[in-house]
Write a protein that binds this ligand. Structure first.
Ligand code: NAD
Length: 479
C-alpha cells in the first residue's frame, strides 16, 4: 500500500495528539514521574522528555534477562521485514530521493541481517590467581543522528545493535526523513510495549532541529553519541565533549587494472553505483581505469546497460547537478539532483535513455567536479590512468582521506595488496559491488553506520557497549 503525504502527516499528527502537546525545547518539561511517558511510543516534541523516557526504558531493560533483549530485537526485525513495503514507500515519498524497490529492500535486509546479541562476547582469563571475566555492559541512553539517505533503515540497524547491547536510544533524524522515522519508531515501540512491557526504548524527536541535536549532545543522561552523516555532524559530535562514534562521509573510488574481468567489473559498478540512485555512502563514486583497457571498459559498461554521455552532455549535466557553496565557493552536489533517477540526469544532459537504464557514465579528467564531489547520483565519471600506480594514486587523492571505502577490479594480487595498503580504508572490496562488503553478496554482517573516522568500523552491538572486568582472586579456577 502506498501512503500519500497527507496520510503520513495525519498519522504523525494523530500520534503527537495522543502523546500530548509539544513543549518548547527550552520550556520546562520534566513530568512528576518518568512513567508519565509510557504510551508515548517513543515520539517526543523535545530532547529532554525523550532522554528522560529513554532513561526509564533503559532502566527497565536492565532488570530484564538477555532473552527479553532478543524478544525486543525480534519485534524490530519482524516489523522491518513485514512492513518493508509500506514503510519503504513512505520513506521514498517523503524524501523524494533514491529508488522505491531499494527503499523496501534496505528495510528487509536490515531486519534480516543486523547483528544481534550473539555479537556480545565474554572473555575470560584463568590462572594461578583466579579468574577474570570481561563482559560487555550497556552505556545507557545513546543519542543517534541519522541521514536523509536512509532514515528509517539507519534507525532500524542502530536500534537492533544498541538494544542488543542493552541500551536505549534517542534519535534526532534528518528533518526531511522525520515522518517515516516517527512512524517506524511508533510501530516498533507499540509492539515492544505490548509484547515485552517496555515503552520508549527507541525515541525520536518529531520535529528535529540543530538545536534539538545540540540539546541531546549536551544532556547529562546521554552517555554516548552515534552520528551517521556528512562532515558537519561528525565535527559537531566530536566537539560535544562526549564519546562519539562517527559514521562519516565517503567518496569511494574504484580502480580497474589491465587484468580485470571487465564485464564483471561493469556489472558490479552498475549494481553498486546505481543502487538507490547512488545514495549509499559505500557506493562507487568515480572509476580510475588503466589506459590499456580504458576503451574496452567503456564498451563493457555499455554492454551491461549503462548509457555513456559525451563531453558536451557531461558539461550540460554538470552545469545543473554540481553547484558552488560556502565561503570558499567549493563544488557540491545540487540538491535537486541528489538521488534522482538516471533518466532525470540524462534528461538534464539532453539525452533520452530507456527506462531500464540505471546508470549514466562518461569519460572525464581527474579534475572534474564529479570526481572530487560525493555526488550521490547515478552518474559515474571514468578517468584514464597511465598505469595501476597512477590509478591507485588518484584513488587515494580523491578518497580525500576519509578512509571509508575503496574498490578494485583486478586479478593481480600484488595490485590488490598495494591499493589496500595505500588507501587504508575501512571497507576494501575486490571484484565485487560495494554492498558485498556489508554481507550483501559477500561475507560479513550488515550495518548502515560505518564508523571510519572514529575507527569502530561496521558497527555491531559490541560497538555500543563498555568493557567491564569482574575478578575473583585465588578461587574458582577449577581445573
Ligand atoms: P547530512 O550531513 O546533511 O545530515 C546527516 C544528519 O546530521 C542529519 O540528521 C542532519 O540533520 C544532521 N546534522 C547536520 N549538521 C549537523 C550539526 N551541525 N549538528 C547536529 N546535527 C547535524 O547528511 P545526509 O545528506 O543526511 O546523508 C548523506 C551523508 O551521510 C553522506 O555524506 C554519506 O556519506 C553519509 N553517510 C555515512 C554513512 C556511514 O555509515 N559512514 C552512512 C550513511 C550516510
Amino acid at each position: 500500500m502506498q501512503l500519500d503525504e497527507n496520510t503520513i502527516r495525519s498519522v504523525v499528527a494523530q500520534v503527537l495528539a495522543e502523546v500530548g502537546p509539544m513543549p518548547s525545547l527550552s520550556g520546562p518539561s520534566m513530568p512528576d514521574s518518568a512513567n508519565a511517558f509510557e504510551g508515548s511510543h517513543g515520539i517526543f516534541g523535545n530532547a529532554s522528555d525523550a532522554v528522560t523516557a529513554a532513561r526509564r526504558a533503559f532502566e527497565q531493560l536492565r532488570e530484564r534477562p538477555m532473552e527479553d533483549r532478543k524478544r525486543v530485537i525480534d519485534i524490530i526485525r519482524k516489523i522491518s521485514i513485514e512492513n518493508c513495503e509500506e514503510l519503504g514507500l513512505m520513506e521514498m515519498r517523503e524524501t523524494g530521493i533514491g529508488r522505491p524497490e531499494h527503499k523496501i529492500e534496505k528495510l528487509r535486509a536490515l531486519g534480516e541481517l543486523s547483528p544481534g546479541t550473539e555479537f556480545l562476547q565474554t572473555k575470560a582469563f584463568s590462572g594461578d590467581h583466579g579468574l577474570a571475566i570481561i563482559e560487555r555492559a550497556p552505556f545507557g541512553v545513546i543519542a543517534a543522528i541519522t541521514p536523509v539517505t536512509h532514515s528509517l533503515p539507519t534507525i532500524t540497524g542502530n536500534a537492533v545493535s544498541m538494544i542488543a547491547g542493552g541500551n536505549a536510544v534517542v534519535v534526532n533524524p534528518h528533518p526531511s526523513g522525520r515522518l517515516v522515522a516517527v512512524e517506524g519508531v511508533r510501530r516498533f515501540n507499540e509492539e515492544i510495549a505490548r509484547e515485552v512491557g517496555i515503552d520508549n526504548l527507541i525515541c525520536v524527536i518529531a520535529e528535529p532541529t540543530l538545536e534539538s541535536a545540540a540539546e541531546l549532545f549536551g544532556h547529562r543522561d546521554v552517555a554516548l553519541i552515534c552520528v551517521t552523516g556528512g562532515p558537519a555532524v561528525g565535527r559537531a559530535a566530536l566537539n560535544s565533549g562526549k564519546r562519539a562514534i562517527v559514521a562519516g562521509p565517503g567518496n569511494p573510488p574504484v580502480v580497474v587494472d589491465e587484468t580485470a574481468d571487465l564485464d564483471n567489473a561493469a556489472r558490479c559498478i552498475i549494481q553498486g553505483g546505481a543502487y538507490d540512485n547512488n545514495l549509499l555512502c559505500i557506493a562507487e563514486k568515480e572509476v580510475f581505469v588503466v589506459d590499456s583497457v580504458f576503451d574496452d571498459m567503456m564498451a563493457a559498461m555499455r554492454r551491461a546497460g549503462a548509457v555513456q554521455l559525451d563531453q558536451a552532455q557531461i558539461a550540460k549535466l554538470t552545469s545543473v547537478a554540481i553547484t558552488q557553496v560556502g565561503d570558499d565557493n567549493h563544488d557540491a552536489a545540487a540538491k535537486d539532483y541528489i538521488g534522482k533517477d538516471a533518466a532525470v540526469l540524462a534528461a538534464a544532459a539532453g539525452v533520452k535513455v530507456p527506462e531500464s537504464c540505471e546508470l549514466v557514465f562518461g569519460e572525464t579528467d581527474e579534475h572534474h567536479p564529479f570526481v572530487s564531489v560525493e555526488q550521490m547520483m547515478p552518474f559515474i565519471p571514468f578517468v584514464r590512468a597511465r598505469d595501476v600506480d597512477h590509478a591507485i594514486a588518484m584513488a587515494k587523492h580523491y578518497e580525500h582521506g576519509f578512509r571509508h571505502t575503496a574498490i578494485i577490479h583486478s586479478r593481480n594480487v600484488h595490485n590488490m595488496t598495494k591499493m589496500g595498503k595505500e588507501l587504508d580504508t575501512t571497507l576494501y572490496v575486490k571484484n565485487g559491488p560495494c554492498m558485498a562488503s556489508l554481507g550483501l553478496g559477500g561475507e560479513g554482517y550488515l550495518s548502515f553506520s560505518i564508523a571510519g573516522p572514529t575507527g569502530e568500523g561496521v558497527t555491531t552491538p559490541d560497538t555500543f557497549t563498555r568493557e567491564r572486568r569482574c575478578s575473583m582472586i585465588d578461587e574458582l579456577r577449577v581445573v
